[in-house]
Design a protein around this ligand. Structure first.
Ligand code: GLA
Length: 389
């Protein structure tokens, strides 16, 4: 949708006049480093050109009014800056309100409310961080509209805090960081233990980053996510008896192998193994990319998938079908599940010449096996949040 159309829609819903501004914040795809961000490990996501747009105007009172062009049936959702508490009746608007709450908690209090209309082109529930992009959009517009002194990194942390404590999802920092700190044609190599990061150019001349959406989202997502976190925390406590460490991300594979017996439970051992090995794979993948060794990068992506499937157990049969079919297509360098898991999307690196064949084969096989229509998008790496108008 064009900016002018969004603004016209805003005027239709909330009335014309005043200082109307437009902002954008991107979604993300994670190339490698999955379920490492709450284990003190590394991640390697990039921002997408897909994301969430917001048209906004400060109001003259304490009212907050929200309208989404993706959920028009919900109509205008109304609230107030004086009630910063989660409210099931507000549906998606709990995300922007959560960010308001997180800013408020840090002393960045708004004096007036606002009207906000949003439109996003990230498929909902696809695991491409539509919620993080909505949060970062809100942080960005709050900073600009109310003149708050906060950097993008600070916005990412406040957005994560709002998701953890206002919206009850115990996520790590990856998604909000990738959205707030995105850089065109670069992926972000982030050490989640220290928040040190480096931008790595992703110069793909002969390949494309291809995202395949399974369009399934199994309902256990949030509960299983929190279970995995707990399993890793317990495993870390157990390993601490054998070695002085603060996080799983500090361990090399060899160190882990030598002390893994300190974790008595076999399932928990597998979870911790994934966290340790995935972190090392991520470091190696970035080294491979720097040497322009995309074949090695792709192999590490494949290993990542196998580990997420067998040791971390966050894949599902639909996603395995998409990935395994992709592996059989000539010209696919690597393919894996991306994001939290249990559905959502896969990410693949595919030779330009093989993209068509990829799309045909993967979607055909998926349709045959599950009688479902998947979706394939060739994505571009975009920049961070911005004011457009
Ligand atoms: C979700 C979370 C992230 C991260 C990934 C798994 O996207 O929001 O913090 O843990 O899952 O890598």
């Amino acid at each position: 949708m064009k900016t002018e159309e969004m603004v016209a829609k805003f005027k239709e819903v909330f009335g014309a006049g005043g200082d109307i501004r437009v902002y954008f914040a991107p979604g993300r795809v994670n190339l490698i480093g999955e379920h490492t961000d709450y284990n003190g490990g590394h991640v390697f996501p990039c921002a997408l050109t897909l994301g969430t747009y917001g048209v906004v105007r400060k109001s003259m009172d304490h009212n907050l009014r929200f309208y989404s062009l993706n959920f028009e049936d919900r109509g205008i959702l109304e609230s107030s800056i004086d009630e910063l508490k989660p409210d099931p009746e507000l549906f998606w608007a709990n995300y922007p309100k959560g960010v308001l709450w997180a800013f408020d908690e840090k002393g960045m209090r708004v004096d007036y409310g606002f009207d906000l209309l949003i439109w996003g082109n990230i498929p909902n529930g696809s695991g491409l961080s539509s919620s993080a992009s909505l949060e970062v959009l809100t942080g960005t517009l709050l900073k600009d509209l109310y003149g708050f002194d906060v950097e993008n990194e600070g916005i990412a942390l406040l957005c994560q805090r709002s998701e953890n404590h206002y919206n009850g999802m115990n996520c790590g920092i990856m998604d909000q960081f990738a959205s707030a700190m995105g850089k065109k044609d670069h992926a972000i190599f982030l050490d989640t233990a220290t928040l040190e990061y480096e931008y790595a150019p992703v110069k793909l001349r002969d390949q494309k980053i291809v995202v395949t959406n399974s369009r399934v989202k199994h309902s256990l997502v949030d509960s299983a996510y929190n279970d995995r976190r707990r399993e890793c925390e317990t495993a870390l406590k157990e390993l601490k008896k054998a070695m002085r460490i603060k996080t799983l991300g500090e361990l090399t594979e060899e160190e882990f192998d030598s002390i893994q017996d300190a974790i008595p439970d076999a399932v928990r051992r597998k979870r911790a193994k994934h966290a340790v090995y995935e972190n090392r794979r991520t470091i190696r993948a970035v080294e491979a990319l720097k040497k322009n060794d995309l074949a090695a990068f792709g192999r590490l992506m494949n290993e990542s998938h196998i580990s997420l499937r067998d040791d971390y157990e966050v894949s599902c049969e639909e996603i395995d079908c998409l990935v395994e079919t992709a592996w059989r297509v000539d010209g696919v360098l690597g393919s894996r599940i991306t994001g939290g898991g249990f559905g959502g999307c896969t990410v693949s690196i595919v030779e330009n010449a093989a993209v068509e064949e990829f799309e045909r084969k993967v979607l055909e096989e998926y349709k045959i096996r599950f009688n479902r229509e998947g979706e394939v998008y060739v994505v571009d790496i975009g920049g961070g949040p911005e004011r457009i108008v």
